[in-house]
Design a protein. Sequence first.
Length: 587
Amino acid sequence: MTTFAAPRTIITGQAGRFDHRRRALLVARLRLLLIAAVFVLVASAALARITWIGAVESGPAEHSMADALLPPRGEITDRNGVPLARAFPAYALWFNPNAMSEGGDGGPPLVKSPEEVAAELQAIFPDLDTYEVTELLRSGRAGYIRRRVLPEQANQVIAIGELALELPRETDRHYPQGSLAAHVLGYVSADGHGRTGMEEVLDEQLLDPAARGEPVALSIDMRVQGALEDELRSGMLAVNAVGAAGIVLDVDTGEILALASLPDFDPNEVQSSDVRVTQDQHDRGITAPVFNRVTNQVYELGSTFKPLAVAAAIDSGSITDLSRRYSAEPYIVQGRTVRDSHPIGDSLNVPEMLIHSSNVVTGHVVDEMGAATLRNYMAELGMNERPYVELPARGFPIWQSGEWSRIRGITVGYGHGVAVTPLHLASAYAAMVNGGIWRPATLQRVEPGQAPRGRRVFRASTSARMNQLLRMIAVYGTGRNADAPGFRIGGKTGSAEKPGNGGYRQSSLVSTFAAAFPMDRPRYVVIAMLDEPQGTAASSYQRTAAWNAAPIVGRLVPRIGPQLGVLPDADRDIDLTDLRPLVGDLD
């Protein structure tokens, strides 16, 4: 029995160790399964919570992971993809007077005096108003000191060592081009919504997560916009005008390539003075910089209406012979004397009337055509309603309702008695030169072949004749200072006295040049307008459009023409051989 005991003991011991390892492995596997189950449970709970938040609490398409990757507000670009407005995270400088109070125990808001802190901040931000900042810090009232702070500036603010100077992270709206196209874009207010320009028009789209991933392209070309603003500003300052307006319009699509109103503003730094004016400023005719003179202000635009009146007379059949002569002597109609600003001669034909800008002969043309006919054409050109454009600021014309009297038709023919915006004039000229089709102006980029059909106002033959006449004015008449060699510019000047209390103010003019180019195949209309220009050395001490507005167009077109595919060509021009004998010796 003893000889078999030892082997039995050894076998039993090995089996025990084997059982122990098997139990340990089983426990380890159970623990691993338990941990895995916990992970699955936690993941399932998290997934269920995310699903609940996305589908129930937030509603469809909100707070999705894709949304988190999108900017909080969509981007705006020009027609070529140049960024005009975009959102990005930034720092702001906020004064929190309770930062050191530890739950409101009444501690001082600042370690240093308000004057010392304001001085240190002014060293970081040289344009800071130290008086205003000092008053804010002394008042103990929370508020923004600055809305846009660069990272290196934020570090300098932290180094001041004041807990009350906080640097919250905010989403900022940035306009990379500064004040360029400010009246087109508008700005975003503190509540995160767009104001005045396309920011307001597109506000819902720019905030929509489903749409803000793709930039919104406008019709504006920033190269053209920059040139227009530059030439307008130079022209305005040269003659001490109180304001200026300009537009470049595609005659075949209605697209606005550039739109400028001066004075302008920087949408990155909108101040209260940009939005509001004092009562005294309003009484003196001063408008806020955000006010858009192109689309919102109505003017009597003077002799720029004369080509429209002639086009209506030709199209209606009232004018059949351009060589026919009309008396140029002053005459009385319904108690009003129709006269020219200076003696022109005993008689003129229609080409001479446009070249010399005669009110008297225009009156005879309209008188024969009839005030009702002119009124119908003006209405077809949209002169009796707000301008067609997406901007919210659109001025309503001063337009006499009902039938027009004889004298009303005559005065409208030479640009008085109806007040419209420069955009109205641009759209009307586009219809006059493009073959006769009026189309609404737009700030949205139009894809090739997608231009609106518009409505026919003039016959194509009328348009072709007006192109010749407009070119003649730039070659021989008041538009000569706009004639840039090789670009075949045509256009008409207009200098109108501004109305005031008790009548027109002879000392205040609105000077306008309405043009198109190239006249052998018109593609673009250009309007340049100066509000209350003064006679200076730059304008040979003249205040009329021939000396101040026309030269702006003459400098602008050579800058923008090549960018728009219109190259100078001295060997090309519109054919004037049948009109040249009608205007005598003008060389």
